[in-house]
Design a protein around this ligand. Structure first.
Ligand SMILES: N[C@@H](CCC(=O)N[C@@H](CS)C(=O)NCC(=O)O)C(=O)O
Length: 245
């Protein structure tokens, strides 16, 4: 019996076909999208998108070097300072993908590439949509991410809220822009969930500890809830919760 590339059993093929099919499967395995990182990192953005796109992927565990101390020392784990990993990304940061030999870092670039490669409703259907997807992804990276991360880090540090308050003030100026954009269809581009929503939602979620921001921007609050209610997110968020902190 022969298992074809879809996993179906074909009892009619010869033994020769079996060899060929196994070789094909091996090639597929070698070329399968590899995402280096962990759920508890920006690699989550890429894992979520791959899941939404229905693209088979493999996670290659690489953890942030600063998290090594929390691990049992006898568990060998590739980390962001491992020479083997730094050959892939000299910047020493996850995520990095290997997509059939294309090595790419920068989580948002990875998502824009994967959406463009695989197409479908998550990607831009026109040049204009593609432009808006780029616009929102860059907006979130340059206008939101640093302040949102500061809110998150401060909330976890459980210390003096000074820097977090400054970060929250920055976001208080920016969130209305997003709120207004979402007030129409509830999505950022093309009236549907796209890679723009995924990229921006993954950045905006860092600011969740500043709940007042969301209460004052109800369209943002409803949109983030809708993004995170998606089955792919839910499934992966549960896996993230199982990963050691
Ligand atoms: N701009 C980069 C930032 C990547 C980044 O900062 N990654 C963190 C984990 S989320 C990291 O690898 N830090 C390395 C370390 O702390 O050792 C991206 O979006 O991919």
């Amino acid at each position: 019996m022969v298992v074809d590339s879809t996993g179906a059993v074909n009892p009619c093929q010869s033994g020769l076909a079996l060899v060929a099919t196994e070789a094909q499967l091996r090639r597929q395995e070698i070329n399968m999208l590899k995402i280096h990182g962990t759920y508890r990192s920006r690699a989550f953005r890429n894992i979520w998108l791959a899941k939404e796109l229905g693209v088979p992927y493999e996670i290659v565990p690489v953890i942030q070097a600063y998290r090594l101390a929390a691990r049992a020392p006898d568990i060998p784990t590739m980390n962001t300072r491992s020479p083997e990993f730094q050959r892939l990304n000299p910047a020493g940061q996850i995520p990095v993908i290997d997509d059939g030999g294309l090595i790419l870092s920068e989580s948002l670039a990875i998502n824009l590439y994967l959406a463009r490669k695989h197409g479908g409703p998550l990607a831009g259907e026109t040049l204009a949509e593609e432009a808006q997807i780029l616009r929102w992804s860059f907006w979130a990276a340059t206008e939101i991410e640093a302040a949102a991360l500061a809110v998150l880090i401060q909330s976890e540090a459980d210390e003096d809220a000074g820097p977090a308050l400054n970060a929250e003030a920055t976001l208080r100026d920016k969130f209305p822009v997003l709120n207004q954009a979402l007030s129409g269809s509830g999505w950022l581009v093309g009236g549907r969930f796209t890679v723009a929503d995924l990229n921006v939602a993954e950045i905006v979620r860092y600011a969740v500890p500043a709940l007042g921001l969301f209460n004052d921007n109800p369209a943002v609050k409803a949109w983030l809830a809708a993004c995170q209610a998606r089955p792919a997110f839910q499934e992966l968020w549960a896996k993230r919760a199982q990963e050691p902190t």
